[in-house]
Unconditional design. Sequence first.
Length: 550
Amino acid sequence: MKKHLHYLLAAALLTLGFTACEDVPAPYEINDEGGEASEVLLDEDFSTSLGDFNTFCTVGNFPWTVSYSCAQITSYVDTDGDGVKENVEATSWLVSPRMDLTEVDSAYVSFDYILRYATASQLESHYQLLVSADYPGSGRVEEATWTPLTFHLVQGSDWDTWYSSGNVDIPAEFCGQPSVTVALRYIATDKAATWEVKNFLVRKGQGGYTPEGPSHDQLHQLPYTEAFATTLGDYKSYTTSGSGQWIIDYSTAKATGYDNASQQTTAGTYYLVSPPVSLAGQTEAHMAYEYILRYDRGAENQQTLINAAFDPAHPDQGWELLKQDHEEGTDWTTFASADIAIPAKYMGQTVRFAFRYNSDAQSGSTWEVRNASILSGKPGEGGETGGDIGDPDAPNGDFENWSGGQPVRWKSSTTASKGAMTMSTDAHGGQYAVEVAGSTSGNNRLAYEEITLPAGTYTMTFYCKAATATGGSVRPGYTPIGADGKVGSYVYGDYTNDLTTGQWVRVTHEFKLDEATKLNLVIMVAKNPGGAVLFDDFVLTDASGNELIH
């Protein structure tokens, strides 16, 4: 299907003299994250065919095909017909028709994909998005000059979760050219991955996708927390033997050698390594995290480590063991807690931490980790340790009261809460604020527990700022709760955009209830730009100025 409904609607609006940017409260409200109204240059969803794309093989004979309503490629196949699959070398291309960009000032590419069973070190070299202005056609792909385009590339862990490439700008030197081609190139050498793609689009306009910078080497001060809710953050996975890597799954950092789909275990050793963390001026510090460990095959296979002289060229060297006696769980919902004192000899130094996972080819455990924090003081101090801080009965608009590593009152029993919350000492007032994780795949929400408010006018006021250089966008509101205990439609106010790490911004939102309403107060953390946001000093007042939450 080459013309989507949203495009037809946009065309109809343009005919009536409207643009896609009119009557919209913020640029983040527009489904087309490129910003301005965009004209589709190429649209293939690959649901039933490759459409105007062509597939060519330059190594092996494994063309792209349509399967499961998407374009799919793999060279992990049964070559002998004996029911045993093997990895076969391959290079396969999926090439677009040539596009005339002579009247185009800017354009970008986007697509959805699933990539599985790839070797971590080969992600950028074996699964590429390319563009050319001199492709001669007729499958002569090796005669063309191809420029790689960096896109959001992650390895999935199931066949249901699709990832977005992001809106990837075609370089300016290709705009104005009469014959431009884009292509996906799949390479298999020692291991053959499976790559599925759908909803491939080329549009006029600015895409704006920016690859992540070298944040893995950025120095962090205490307290430092990575939630692992949607990304590995500033941690990085290093595979030192075999294959496999740490990935994000079920809102955790997960390591396992076992693949449920193939029911096979692959040997591998991989380290999830933190960025450098400064312990300057510290006399005591500790590391706290939550985890689930299933199918334990020996404590030595799941280790927490520290290193004061990390060498990325030798990521398996220089580590000292902090912990390996992790408790094995019995289900996938109950997290255990670890809280480890950092040895005194590391105080004053810059260090890195790592979670080391190992599996042989016969059997392997599964280890999931979240909310990894480095904190000042002894174990049990500093907040993100599961301990209780402050008054458990306080309204807690100031986020000074915590229980079980979560802010008191700020966890709904409905689906209104979405996204990991962690304690921060970067506060607007008092000692603590709450950091809500961001996501580029969907909006997260900070939600207050269920309350019933009488009919009237109410005002929400709070302070917020971006927690990372990604920036942030927020939008306050509420959602009513029905008699069945489920949330209704979200009722939002205006966006507050362009949050930075350098300034707290005061946000005020007024809303009116026509009748007594049971609800969750919510603040959306918008998926565009998708960065984590800090919140503090929340106040809810009624029309008389009475503070109901403070």
